[in-house]
Design a protein around this ligand. Structure first.
Ligand code: SF4
Length: 68
């Protein structure tokens, strides 16, 4: 079911270089695979974590994270 106002986050695995900055900032949302690349298990961002996810977006050197 679609809920209005829920932010969604994705990581472009083609662009991610595995700096793990996103995971350091917000391990509640970002996970790392065995090569250290980031992925998101659940794209829906809890409202309480929006600020941290935005911080991760701002700190990703590859601009691999999209928040919509
Ligand atoms: S900070 Fe960006 S490049 Fe680094 S692991 Fe996270 S998504 Fe990938």
């Amino acid at each position: 079911m679609y809920r209005w106002g829920v932010m969604k986050v994705t990581v472009d695995s083609e662009v991610c270089q595995g700096h793990a900055r996103c995971w350091t900032i917000c391990p509640e949302v970002f996970s790392l695979d065995e090569e250290g690349h980031s992925f998101v298990a659940d794209p829906e961002v809890p409202s309480a974590l929006e600020a941290k996810v935005q911080e991760a977006v701002d700190n990703c050197p590859e601009r691999a994270i999209t928040l919509t």
